[in-house]
Design a protein around this ligand. Structure first.
Ligand code: ADP
Ligand code: MG
Length: 619
C-alpha cells in the first residue's frame, strides 16, 4: 500500500514523498510528476512555461546565476558569461570535445587533456557537473513551488549512448543539486514508457525512438520483453538538430537580401536577432503555410515549401542514421512495431512525414514531443516508489566488463547486454610463488585482448599471505548497479584480505568510440580468436617452464644426469619458440616436455608416498 498524506497547502490528498522525473536536455530541461489522478504531468510553475532552456547566465560581478528564459536573453549581449549546451561537456575530457571547441562562445579550459573539462568565467572555474546542478536546482525549486511540497528524490534521463563517466557525472550533478537520484534512465526507454509501451510484461515489441532536439539527433532501436528494455542499436549525429533548420532559414534570408558580408557587419548583433526570428518562423511553419516579418529592412518572410526544400538534406541525413541503426540491429523497417517521435524538432511536418514514409507506417506523435521523456521519467519514478508493483524495469549494459588475465587477455565477467543491476564474479589465483600483491585491471569492450578495449580502473590487492603459486583464492566480484555504474571487489578467501573500488573513469568514451568498439569486435573476431589462442598457448608454455624449473630445482636427487640434461634441452626449445612461435609449434614443445617429465613426477610422488608410509608404524 502506498502511503497517503494530506497536503496542507492545497488540502488535497497526496502520495507521500513525491519522486519527480527530470529530462535534463541539451537545449531544454523540464520536470514531471505523477498527479493525484495517477497521470504523469509536466510542471508549469506559475505560468513560467514547461520548458526551461538549459542556459545559465553567470553574473561576473556578483557570481550569481540565473537559469532558463531569463538567461537566454543574455546570449545576445553577454555570450562569454552565458553557458548553453552544458550537456555536451558532462563527463567529458577536453580531448573528447577539442574538435568542436569553437562551437562554444564561453571559455573551455584546455590545459589538461585527460581529466574532465572545466569552464572558465573571469577567474572562476566551473565544472559541467556544477553547471548542470544549477539547472537541476532550478527545476527542483520550480517543482517544489508548484507542488507546495519538498522534492528530494528524482529520476534523471540520459541518452542511451551515454557512457559510465557521463552517467556518473549526471548523478553527481543531481547530488549537488540536493537530489537523491534514484535512477538514471535512458531517454528512449522513458519515451516508450510515456506511450505505455513496456508496461505490460506479456507484450513483446521492437520499437524505434526518433529523437530530434535542438542540436542533436538520436535514433534508438529497442526490444522490450518482460519489462526488459534492450538497446539493439543506437545511431545519430551529435551536431544535427533544429538549430540547423534555423541556420538554413537565416542563410536564405541573408542571401535574398543581397547584403554583402561587409554590410552585414554594420548591423551589430543582427545574426542573433535573425536567429530568434528564424526559430519563430520555423515553429510557425509547423502549423501554417506562410511566415511574414522583417528585421531592420531585411525581408524575413518564408513559405512552407521553401523551408522544406532548405531542410530536406538535413532530414535525409537523419534517415540514413535510421538506416544504419536498423542494419546494426539486423532489422528491416517492417520489423519495427512502433515509431516514437521525441524532441521539439519532430513537430516539423516534413520530419514527421519523412520518418513515417521511411518506416512505412504512421508514427506515434500524440504526446507532446518535448515532454515525453520527462513524462516517462515520472512513470519510472512511480514504479521505483513502489506504486506499480507489477512492473519491473530493467536496462542492459551496452559493453562487456571484465579483467585482464595472463598474457593481456580480456576475461569477461559481465557480458554485454546483461540486464542491470547485475552481479557476477570469478575466482583467480596467483601465477608466481610467494606473490603477495595482485594487480587487478578492469576493462570495458568486446575484444579478446585488453589492449584493444578501454581500461576503466586498476588497483592492487595487497597483503596476500605468501603461498605457492596457485594456492591463494582471489574472488573478484563485479556489481553493476541500475544506473550502469560498476563497483569491483577483490577478496583473498584464505586470508580475508579485501579491496574495493568504485569505478570512476576520469574521462569517457566518445559515442563514436563505443560504436567503433562494437564494430571492431565483429570485424576482428577471427583475428582475435587466432591471437587469443597463441597467447593462451604462450601462457601455458610459460607456466609449464616455471613448473619444470621448480621441479628440477627441488627434486634433482630423483633424476639421473642424462634425464636432467634432456629436460633442460626440452625446456630451452620451448623457451626459444615462445615469443615468435605459432600456436601449434608452442603446443608441440609443451607436449614434448610434458611427455618426457611425466614419469618423473610419478616417481617423486611414489617416493613421497612411501616416505609417508614409512613414517607411520603400521601394526
Ligand atoms: P533537447 O532535447 O536538445 O533539449 P528539445 O527536444 O527541447 O531539445 O527540442 C528543441 C528544438 O525543438 C529547438 O530547435 C526548437 O526550435 C525546436 N522546436 C520546438 N517547437 C517546435 C515547433 N513547433 N516546430 C519545429 N521545431 C520546434
Ligand atoms: Mg531531448
Amino acid at each position: 500500500m502506498a502511503k497517503i498524506s494530506i497536503n496542507l497547502a492545497t488540502g488535497s490528498l497526496q502520495k507521500e514523498d513525491i519522486i519527480v522525473g527530470i529530462d535534463l536536455g541539451t537545449t531544454n530541461s523540464l520536470v514531471a510528476f505523477i498527479n493525484p489522478e495517477n497521470h504523469p504531468q509536466v510542471i508549469n510553475d506559475a505560468g513560467k512555461g514547461v520548458l526551461v532552456p538549459s542556459i545559465i547566465h553567470l553574473n561576473p560581478q556578483n557570481g550569481e546565476s540565473i537559469v532558463g528564459n531569463d538567461a537566454k536573453a543574455h546570449l545576445i549581449e553577454d555570450p562569454e558569461h552565458t553557458i548553453f549546451s552544458v550537456k555536451r561537456l558532462l563527463g567529458r575530457s577536453y580531448k573528447d570535445i577539442e574538435h568542436y571547441q569553437n562551437f562554444f562562445s564561453y571559455k573551455i579550459v584546455d590545459d589538461d587533456n585527460e581529466t574532465l573539462v572545466k569552464v572558465k568565467i573571469e577567474d572562476k572555474y566551473y565544472s559541467p557537473i556544477e553547471l548542470s546542478a544549477m539547472i537541476l536546482k532550478e527545476l527542483k525549486a520550480r517543482a517544489e513551488h508548484a507542488l507546495k511540497t519538498p522534492v528530494n528524490r528524482a529520476v534523471i534521463t540520459v541518452p542511451a549512448y551515454f557512457n559510465d563517466s557521463q552517467r556518473q557525472a549526471t548523478r553527481d550533478a543531481g547530488k549537488l543539486a540536493g537530489l537523491d537520484v534514484l535512477r538514471i534512465v535512458n531517454e528512449p526507454t522513458s519515451a516508450s514508457l510515456a506511450y505505455g509501451i513496456g508496461l505490460n510484461p506479456e507484450e513483446e515489441r521492437t520499437i524505434a525512438v526518433y529523437d530530434l532536439g535542438g542540436g542533436t539527433f538520436d535514433i534508438s532501436i529497442l526490444k522490450i520483453q518482460n519489462g526488459i528494455f534492450e538497446v539493439l542499436a543506437t545511431n545519430g549525429d551529435t551536431f544535427l538538430g533544429g538549430d540547423d533548420f534555423d541556420r538554413a532559414i537565416i542563410e536564405f534570408w541573408i542571401k535574398r537580401s543581397g547584403l554583402t558580408a561587409e554590410e552585414l557587419k554594420q548591423y551589430k548583433e543582427i545574426r542573433q536577432v535573425l536567429r530568434l526570428k528564424a526559430e519563430e518562423a520555423k515553429k510557425h511553419l509547423s502549423f501554417n503555410e506562410q511566415y511574414n516579418n522583417d528585421v531592420q529592412g531585411i525581408d524575413c518572410s518564408i513559405d512552407k515549401s521553401t523551408f522544406e526544400e532548405l531542410i530536406k538534406p538535413k532530414v535525409d541525413q537523419t534517415l540514413s542514421c535510421c538506416k544504419n541503426a536498423l542494419a546494426d540491429a539486423g532489422l528491416k523497417p517492417e520489423n519495427i512495431d512502433s515509431i516514437i517521435m521525441v524532441g521539439g524538432s519532430t513537430r516539423t511536418p516534413l520530419v514527421k512525414n519523412s520518418v513515417s514514409t521511411f518506416f512505412g507506417k504512421s508514427v506515434n506523435d500524440s504526446l507532446n514531443p518535448d515532454e515525453v521523456v520527462a513524462l516517462g521519467a515520472a512513470i519510472q519514478a512511480d514504479i521505483l516508489a513502489g506504486n506499480r508493483k507489477d512492473i519491473l524495469l530493467l536496462d542492459v549494459t551496452p559493453l562487456s566488463l571484465g579483467v585482464e588475465t595472463m598474457g593481456g587477455l580480456m576475461d569477461v565477467i559481465i557480458p554485454r547486454n546483461s540486464k542491470v543491476p547485475t552481479k557476477a564474479g570469478r575466482q583467480y589465483t596467483t601465477a608466481v610463488d610467494g606473490q603477495v600483491n595482485m594487480k587487478i585491471s578492469v576493462y570495458q569492450g568486446e575484444r579478446d585482448l585488453v589492449k584493444d578495449n578501454r581500461k576503466l580502473a586498476e588497483f592492487d590487492l595487497k597483503g596476500i599471505p605468501a603461498m605457492p603459486a596457485g594456492l591463494p583464492k582471489v574472488d573478484i566480484n563485479f556489481l553493476l548497479n541500475a544506473d550502469g555504474i560498476l563497483t569491483v571487489q577483490a577478496v583473498e578467501l584464505r586470508s580475508g584480505v579485501k579491496q574495493q573500488v568504485e569505478v570512476k573513469p576520469t574521462y569517457g568514451l566518445t559515442d563514436a568510440e563505443v560504436e567503433q568498439m562494437l564494430l571492431d569486435s565483429v570485424s576482428h573476431a577471427k583475428d582475435d580468436v587466432a591471437q587469443r589462442m597463441v597467447i593462451e598457448a604462450r601462457t601455458e608454455g610459460e607456466q609449464m617452464l616455471y613448473t619444470a624449473e621448480r621441479f628440477i630445482k627441488n627434486n634433482a636427487q630423483f633424476l639421473s644426469e642424462e634425464e636432467q640434461i634432456h629436460t633442460i634441452k626440452l625446456m630451452e626449445e620451448l623457451k626459444s619458440i615462445l615469443p615468435e612461435g605459432s600456436k601449434d609449434e608452442i603446443l608441440s614443445k609443451i607436449d614434448a616436455l610434458n611427455e618426457y617429465t611425466r614419469p618423473f613426477a610419478e616417481r617423486v610422488m611414489d617416493v613421497a608416498i612411501s616416505k609417508a608410509m614409512k613414517g607411520k608404524s603400521i601394526e
